[in-house]
Design a protein around this ligand. Structure first.
Ligand code: SF4
Length: 262
């Protein structure tokens, strides 16, 4: 790539906002040579892979899959079986940021980021001087309801939003307790894989678990309580569809993982 030429890249996380941005950029047609990419950890939900395929078909343009040179289990082994956590987010570095920076290399790049005009959070912004972030949704005053409209008019809303509030790895430690229950109900095989990655000493209770102070097996024992709490958080029984709940409830409060879930 010529050093003078600016590349335009748009990362797709599998979440609603980045998908809507990709569609928005396509419809605007202002950046014909935009490169779409997806950092594939190899640990995404099946619904995410389906959604990426659907989006790719709609865009009529390849979404380059990056990353995945080494499976998560390899990284986990290298980390001495220490599961990633909000304080030890080696997964994001190894499986998202490093593949992105390798994809970009030393080229001059404008990276389009799907932060909306109604948000007060920052996405991952590289510290590399050859990467310039751009925020079309902020610039064009695109808010949450616009994102939903874009998706409903085109590829639809990813199916996992029925039971989960974000994209990302099936074992993501940012998920709420009720979302772990959702993983168990929707993908018991993946839940079991996550269980097997926990290493807890039965005598001391010390070790590595996805949720601080609680193993996934213990979480399942509290299933009814967790579901009831989640229902109360949603202000009790109501007749809203999952799409309406998703539209009306705020974004997840874990602003720490936007490279994975925008
Ligand atoms: S989605 Fe969660 S588990 Fe996966 S890389 Fe991001 S922070 Fe780590």
């Amino acid at each position: 790539m010529s050093k003078d030429k600016m590349r335009h890249v748009c990362g797709i996380s599998g979440g609603k906002d980045s998908a809507a941005l990709a569609i928005y950029l396509k419809e605007k047609g202002a950046i014909p040579d935009v490169e779409y990419f997806f950092s594939d950890t190899g640990c995404e939900l099946p619904e995410t892979y389906d959604f990426i395929d659907r989006l790719e078909a709609y865009l009529g343009k390849k979404i380059t899959r990056i990353g995945g040179e080494a499976p998560f289990k390899h990284h986990l082994f290298m980390m001495g079986n220490m599961l990633p956590s909000p304080k030890q987010r080696w997964c994001t570095v190894k499986m998202k940021i490093e593949p992105f920076e390798k994809f970009v290399g030393t080229d001059n790049v404008t990276s389009y980021i799907a932060i909306r005009a109604d948000e007060h959070r920052e996405g991952y912004i590289s510290t590399k001087s050859n990467i310039t972030p751009a925020f079309p949704f902020i610039h064009d005053d695109i808010v949450r309801k616009d994102v939903f409209q874009i998706l409903e008019d085109t590829v639809g809303i990813p199916e996992y939003y029925k039971w989960r509030s974000r994209s990302g790895c099936y074992f993501c430690f940012f998920q709420r307790h009720e979302e772990w229950i959702g993983l168990f109900d929707n993908h018991p095989d993946l839940f079991q894989k996550a269980v097997e990655m926990e290493k807890i000493d039965p005598d001391t209770g010390e070790g590595f678990s996805w949720i601080q102070g609680m193993s996934l097996k213990q979480l399942l024992e509290r299933r009814e309580e967790i579901i009831e709490l989640a229902s109360k958080r949603r202000k009790g029984e109501d007749n809203r569809s999952w799409q309406e709940i998703l539209l009306e409830e705020g974004d997840s409060d874990d602003s720490g993982c936007l490279i994975c879930s925008l």
